[in-house]
Design a protein around this ligand. Structure first.
Ligand code: NOJ
Length: 552
């Protein structure tokens, strides 16, 4: 398999909420033309692939994840031509573009659902209808703060319909072959415009089956393999990235291939988010103990050689605590979300920087973990400058506020009068746009932005960070996490002190005896070459460094 087609294995992704990024026409909403204008910024940051949150027509009950038309663009965002131009301009700069493919459900305003309510062919069975709301009782409710049931009564049709998310998001019926084909048509339409793939939303829930929790069913995998086959055959450069918020052993089947033999190519998703590792990065930092991370890595199965995890610190949703134990969840809430308003469903609605009180050392440490552990990292827009949040906005809107470009009018996001903006700007004294913005950080060579851009560059020049095997170096001090990434002759060692206190540590680097040390990221001096004794040092609070072992 040509390595070029495995580009995602060492890519850095950038998750971008179009409404928040840049408003090109002064209506107070970010749009596709605005994103096009800011592509040079993304190229300079060095990311490889932009993930655009949904821009389809939608009544926006779930901010665009409730799609009411699959072949268009929401008027707030522009036109299909703007979308094509954005993809073209991104490609010109060597950037790829993926967007959300929402397979599981549509909006209740979608013409298919409206026709289905009236039992109009061919849409009668496009959704999951039932006379009883007692079916599939073992399926959990995901939006527990607002949804009393996964069934909602429709008086026009005189039946209940099934939905895993908001009542305004009826689930499509994948038992119906017409639905299966319909969604393949949607996929082809966007890939034909030059798109580089999809982040496939909520994939565990496509099928339902009595007596199960209606997640990860064999029928779901069979359909997803069909989707991959179309990609492999017709769009071999495109990727499919799964959103499956599940335990590692339940996510593994989403890659396909042979679980016992990583040399057999994956035939389902190219990538999948590693959800369980995310809260454990925060847990390890808060507890000053590497164990949560080590434990979940131990539980993470190997992947087919052509597959890759996608990792992240924060995204557009709440910091989900579905993949931790009950006790860990309460620990996380107590530690990171003291104020009840910070909690949402089974998670925490906060951005990265406020989670660590804007502390630069902890921010860098978390990024260092993200960039040196398994997987391809995703940066959530604004987190590269340490943007803040607004927990008083409804739902997850508080982590979706306008990008802070500069200290000027509307943070450089829009020319509209401030009261026309889709969302208030972050304006508090710690994270407000006058203090935290792109212009200020680009002008300061020591800013967080420059550190992140450096980390992105390191990934480009050190394949071990994307492709390499990932091992944890045994170190007695449990506040220290030493990660070894190896790819062929390339060895990168990343050492982290998770503690707020200085930590003595003994690193056994004898396996690399005789090799030269090259510091990639380090605030301290190292001897030029490795001796035959363990290396004793005291790590400063939250210190991290990256070393490369180079043959002499
Ligand atoms: C996952 C998305 O990330 C989230 O924003 C959305 O609400 C649900 N899927 C439903 O589409």
């Amino acid at each position: 398999m040509a390595e070029a087609s495995l580009w995602y294995k060492d890519a850095v992704f950038y998750e971008l909420y179009v409404r928040a990024f840049c408003d090109s026409n002064g209506d107070g909403h970010g749009d596709l033309r605005g994103v096009s204008r800011r592509l040079d910024y993304l190229a300079e940051l060095g990311v490889d692939c932009i993930w655009l949150l949904p821009t389809y027509p939608s009544p926006l009950v779930d901010d665009g994840y409730d799609i009411s038309g699959h072949y268009g663009i929401h008027p707030d965002y522009g036109t299909l031509d703007d979308f094509k131009e954005l993809v073209r301009a991104a490609h010109e700069r060597g950037l790829r573009v993926i967007t959300d493919l929402v397979l599981n459900h549509t909006s209740d305003q979608h013409p298919w659902f409206q026709a289905s309510r009236r039992r109009q062919e061919p849409y009668t069975d496009y959704y999951v209808w039932s006379d009883s709301d007692h079916r599939y009782r073992e399926a959990r409710i995901i939006f527990i703060d607002t949804q009393p049931s996964n069934w909602t009564w429709d008086s026009l049709r005189g039946q209940y319909y099934w939905h895993r998310f908001y009542g305004e998001q009826p689930d499509l019926n994948y038992d119906n072959p017409a639905v299966q084909d319909e969604m393949l048509r949607v996929m082809r339409f966007w890939l034909d415009l030059g798109l580089d793939g999809f982040r496939a939303d909520a994939v565990p829930y496509l099928y339902e089956s009595e007596g199960t929790n209606c997640e990860n069913l064999p029928e779901t995998h069979a359909y997803l393999k069909r989707v991959r086959a179309v990609i492999a055959e017709e769009y071999p450069q495109a990727i499919l990235l799964a959103e499956a918020n599940q335990w590692p052993e339940d996510v593994r089947p989403y890659f396909g291939g042979n679980p016992r033999d990583p040399s057999v190519p994956g035939d389902e998703f190219h990538m999948s988010f590693h959800f369980p590792v995310m809260p454990r990065l925060f847990m390890a930092l808060g507890r000053e103990d590497r164990e949560p991370i080590v434990e979940i890595l131990r539980r993470t199965p190997p992947l087919p050689f052509n597959s890759q995890w996608c990792t992240f610190l924060r995204n557009h949703d709440e910091l989900t605590l579905e993949m931790v134990t009950e006790e860990e969840r309460h620990w996380m809430w107590n530690y990171y979300a003291r104020e009840p308003r910070m909690r949402l469903n089974l998670g925490i609605r906060r951005r990265l920087a406020p989670l660590v009180d804007g502390d630069r050392c902890r921010l860098e440490l978390l990024y260092s973990l993200l960039f040196t552990l398994i997987g391809s990292p995703t940066i959530y827009y604004g987190d590269e400058i340490g943007m803040g949040d607004n927990i008083w906005l409804p739902d997850r809107n508080g982590v979706r506020t306008p990008m802070q470009w500069d200290a000027g009018h509307n943070a450089g996001f829009s020319d509209a009068p401030p009261d026309r903006l889709y969302s208030p700007l972050i304006a508090d004294s710690d994270f407000g746009y006058e203090r935290v913005n792109v212009a200020a950080q680009r002008a300061d060579p020591y800013s967080l932005w420059h550190t992140i851009a450096n980390m992105v560059r390191m990934r480009k020049t050190h394949r071990a960070l994307g492709w390499g095997a990932c091992e944890i170096l045994p170190v007695t001090n449990s506040a220290v996490l030493a990660i070894v990434r190896t790819h062929g002759a390339e060895v990168v060692l990343a050492v982290h002190n998770l503690s707020s206190q200085p930590q003595p540590t003994l690193l056994d680097l004898r396996p690399w005896h005789g090799l030269r040390i090259e510091a990639l990221f380090a605030q301290r001096e190292f001897p030029g070459s490795l001796g035959d004794k363990p290396c004793a040092l005291t790590l400063q609070p939250y210190e991290y460094f990256w070393l490369q072992m180079v043959p002499t």
